[in-house]
Structures are given as structure tokens and as C-alpha cells.
Design a protein around this ligand. Structure first.
Ligand code: ADP
Ligand code: ADP
Length: 229
């Protein structure tokens, strides 16, 4: 479920300056499509359109054949999970931060999500910068650990559609590999759109779309794109 279709989508924040200039692509249900391209190409704009933060000026976006204009923002927020580049944590335990978005989740569901994201050891701690009432100092989390909190939150939410905004790479290689394997767990069998900055992180995608200046300039598998370049 969660098949996404963009058809001749035009979008501008400011009418004088088009950002997406007629783009068409599909993310078939359960598949992973990656969008790569230089900064400013319009990649993040595509994810904002999926949440209906803005309406498009021409073309259509559908999910499972239903026009996005007929879907409420609220139900989109439920259906779409996003692992952002930077995760801001709330002033509460890591477990609370994982449960955010699914307050009904049981402790054992939270623990299982934490284990899958490999952060089970410290879910009762507070993030750094916060102090508990008993004076316990918060735990300093690395960028990678914060991202794994976001991954655990997403595993727990189990959305139909997943959007991954990949870190520009403040992460070392080992951390990046750990995160990549955690992300592979969340995205397996789920309709996934990856916003990537480098081809090397999206080797496994079913299709890679290269976006430049609001237009799709190339598309294909990782292997095909490497052969062409
Ligand atoms: P990417 O994710 O590929 O780096 P974005 O989709 O974030 O690109 O941005 C595409 C272009 O749209 C950029 O030139 C950016 O400055 C512009 N832009 C992004 N958000 C807004 C906004 N809220 N208002 C006006 N322009 C914006
Ligand atoms: P709330 O409105 O309940 O406080 P948020 O705005 O933090 O919730 O997020 C609701 C959902 O929308 C989450 O799944 C989150 O990942 C997603 N989301 C929030 N901000 C953005 C954004 N700028 N781009 C894409 N998705 C977002």
C-alpha cells in the first residue's frame, strides 16, 4: 500500500520562481525510490508537497490512486513517517521520545522498537541538556544516536509511507553504516522515498531519480546510472 504518483507536477513558492517544473515519477507500493541532486534542486519540496504543506499549481499527486487534495493533512501525518536529518528531542526520557506519535504503545513495543534501532540500553535516560528531578544529568547523544531515536519512533509508528531525509554526512563511516542498516529494517517492504545527497547511500533503491533545477534529468538503477556516467 501507499503507491505514490507524481504527474507533471509544477510548483513554486513564489510565482516568479518555479521550483518544480513538471516532474513525473512513481513510487510503487512497497518499493524504494531515491531522489538525488544538488542542494536547491527541489528534493525537500517534494516531501513537503506529500504532507500537503503546500498545494501544487499544475499536475497531480496521488496516493493509491486518490488525489492528495482529497486527503486531509491529519490523515497524511498518520500515514507518512519521516526520519529527518536532524532530530530535536523533547525534555523527557528517550522512551518518551520514541513513544511520541503513538502514546498508546505499550512498554514492550517501545523496547522492541528501541532494540531494532540499537538504542535499547539507554531509553530510560534523558537527553543531554536536561536534568531529572533527582539530579541525574542528561546523556550526551551523538548525531547518529539521535537519528536512531527518530528511527525507533518511526518503527513504532509503522507508517504506510516512509520518507527518509538522509544526513548530509556529519557522521563517520561506522555510524553511517549502523544507521543505514537500521533504516533498511524500517524501509523493508514499505513504500519509501529517500532524499539523498550522494548516490553511494542509495545503492539498494529500486529506482534513482536525479533532480536538477526542478527537473528530472536522469533516472534508473544505481548500476545503470554508474554506467552512464
Ligand atoms: P533541496 O532539498 O533539493 O536542497 P529544496 O526543495 O529545499 O531543495 O529547495 C528548492 C528551492 O526552493 C531552493 O532554491 C530554496 O531556496 C527554495 N525554497 C525552499 N523552501 C522555500 C520556502 N518556504 N519559500 C521560498 N522558497 C523556498
Ligand atoms: P505535531 O503537528 O503533532 O506536533 P509534527 O509536526 O512534529 O507533529 O510532525 C507530524 C508528522 O509530520 C511527523 O510524522 C513528522 O515526521 C512530519 N513532519 C513534521 N515536519 C515535517 C517537515 N518539515 N517535512 C516533512 N514532514 C514533516
Amino acid at each position: 500500500k501507499g503507491a505514490i504518483a507524481f504527474r507533471d507536477v509544477h510548483f513554486a513558492y513564489d510565482p516568479q520562481r518555479p521550483i518544480l517544473k513538471g516532474i513525473s515519477f512513481d513510487v510503487p507500493a512497497g518499493k524504494t525510490v531515491a531522489i538525488v541532486g544538488p542542494s536547491g534542486a527541489g528534493k525537500s519540496t517534494i516531501s513537503r508537497l506529500l504532507f500537503r504543506f503546500y498545494d501544487i499549481q499544475q499536475g497531480s499527486i496521488t496516493i493509491d490512486g486518490q488525489d492528495l487534495r482529497d486527503v486531509t493533512q491529519k490523515s497524511l501525518r498518520r500515514a507518512i513517517g519521516m526520519v529527518p536529518q536532524d532530530t530535536v528531542l523533547f525534555n523527557d526520557t528517550i522512551a518518551y521520545n520514541i513513544r511520541y506519535g503513538r502514546p498508546d504503545a505499550t512498554d514492550s513495543e517501545v523496547e522492541q522498537a528501541a532494540r531494532m534501532a540499537q538504542i535499547a540500553d539507554f531509553i530510560e535516560r534523558l537527553p543531554q541538556g536536561y536534568k531529572s528531578m533527582v539530579g541525574e544529568r542528561g546523556l550526551k547523544l551523538s548525531g547518529g544516536e539521535k537519528q536512531r531515536v527518530a528511527i525507533a519512533r518511526t518503527i513504532l509508528k509503522s507508517p504506510t509511507i516512509l520518507i527518509l531525509d538522509e544526513a548530509t554526512s556529519a557522521l563517520d563511516t561506522a555510524t553511517e553504516q549502523e544507521i543505514q542498516s537500521a533504516l533498511d529494517i524500517v524501509s523493508k517492504g514499505r513504500t519509501t522515498l529517500v532524499i539523498a545527497h550522494r548516490l553511494s547511500t542509495v545503492i539498494g533503491a529500486d529506482e534513482i531519480i536525479v533532480l536538477k533545477d526542478g527537473q528530472i534529468v536522469e533516472r534508473g538503477t544505481h548500476r545503470k546510472l554508474l554506467e552512464q556516467n
